[in-house]
Design a protein around this ligand. Structure first.
Ligand code: 5GP
Ligand code: MN
Length: 327
């Protein structure tokens, strides 16, 4: 369902002085990009803006304009309006979202996930948008807010990272039109690509070395596992697999890819990807998570081996009802 209340959302911003922007836990390029792009525009619009995302910064986001205002925890504050970006459900807004919700009378839910649960009061939800930053861009155009370089860089970052460099099946000619406008406003596609998609630490490769030893195919589903021991050995916090699931999804024989990651509390984080014509969003949703047809995830109870059997059965069923559609 597309629900775009541009007028109500704009009126809420115009009536507000203090605005809180939050995004989702386990933040990615689109989470940081949509939060900071919107925050920078609202500051230029004359609002007082706070931005909070649980878990704080990933190393790669240091180049984003406005990164200095990002908080990883909210201890005090009251706002006239909270805006959640790129978060498909309220839980995913984390502690920052929970705190913000109880200290803001109104919430705008801006998102591009088909699995959005429509929490909050005003909706800017557009599942056809390739990124939350596309929705932010369209809102700023509606508001006639000028797109400066400080706004364009974070917005193009979300566009680039959520489309894996304009390669996902939802990319349309208008997607490239938006990218063109953001580049004209001063954002460098070369720099953003180099700092996000084409950037990995050596520790990540150490982690992959062990994880690749666990790779198995179950029918058309390819799977790998990362344990707490693997993470410790590679000296990595459990924030990211560095894109391993994306690598597995390039395997020709596999239609669906999954990475199982054991978290420090024993629960298991699932990362799903699939080829065009398949759908992993519904599997994630049925497990209490969410995402997009081709990229989704969830966190479920452990232990690891029980989680693997349960999830591989669901993914094999999803693989059996899809068919590869590359057009
Ligand atoms: P990733 O595999 O990169 O962590 O996540 C892929 C997609 O699935 C992203 O769009 C992300 O927002 C979504 N996703 C991952 N984990 C969860 C989850 O636990 N809950 C929800 N609602 N979405 C998730
Ligand atoms: Mn997104």
């Amino acid at each position: 369902m597309t629900t775009l209340n541009w007028a109500d959302a704009t009126a809420a911003v115009d009536a507000a002085t203090r605005i809180l922007v939050v995004s989702h836990v386990q933040p990615d390029g689109d989470a940081f990009g949509s939060a900071l792009g919107l925050a920078n525009a609202l500051i230029e619009h004359g609002c007082q803006v706070d931005v909070a995302i649980d878990g704080g910064k990933l190393d790669f986001v240091e180049f984003l304009p406005g990164i200095a205002i990002l908080k990883s925890k909210l201890k005090h504050g009251k706002w006239d309006l909270m805006i959640s970006v790129d978060s498909s459900d309220e839980d995913r807004t984390g502690l920052a979202g929970t705190y913000g919700r109880t200290h803001s009378p109104k919430v705008i839910n801006l998102d591009h996930h088909a699995t959005n649960t429509f929490f909050g009061d005003i909706f800017l939800v557009k599942p056809e948008a390739v990124s939350a930053t596309q929705v932010v861009y369209e809102w700023l155009v509606y508001m006639q807010q000028p797109i400066t370089k400080a706004v364009a860089v974070p917005l193009l970052t979300g566009l680039v990272t959520d489309t894996l460099g304009f390669r996902t099946s939802n990319v349309r000619p208008e997607t490239l039109g938006i990218a063109m406008h953001l580049m004209e406003a001063g954002a460098s596609l070369t720099e953003i690509t180099a700092r996000t998609l084409d950037s990995k630490s050596y520790s990540t490769i150490q982690l992959w070395k062990n994880a690749l030893a666990t790779v198995e195919m179950r029918g058309e589903v390819i799977a790998a596992t990362i344990t707490q021991a693997n993470l410790r050995e590679a000296n990595i916090s459990d924030m990211t697999d560095g894109g391993l699931v994306g690598l597995l999804n390039t395997v020709n024989e596999a239609m669906i890819a999954v990475v199982f990651k054991e978290l420090s509390d024993g629960s298991v984080e699932l990362s799903f990807r699939c080829k065009p014509g398949y759908d992993v969003a519904q599997v994630a949703f049925s497990l209490g998570g969410g995402g997009h047809k081709q990229a989704s995830g969830a966190t479920i109870p452990g232990p690891l081996d029980a989680a693997q059997e349960r999830v591989l059965a669901l993914l094999q069923a999803a693989a059996s009802v899809g068919s590869l559609t590359i057009v």
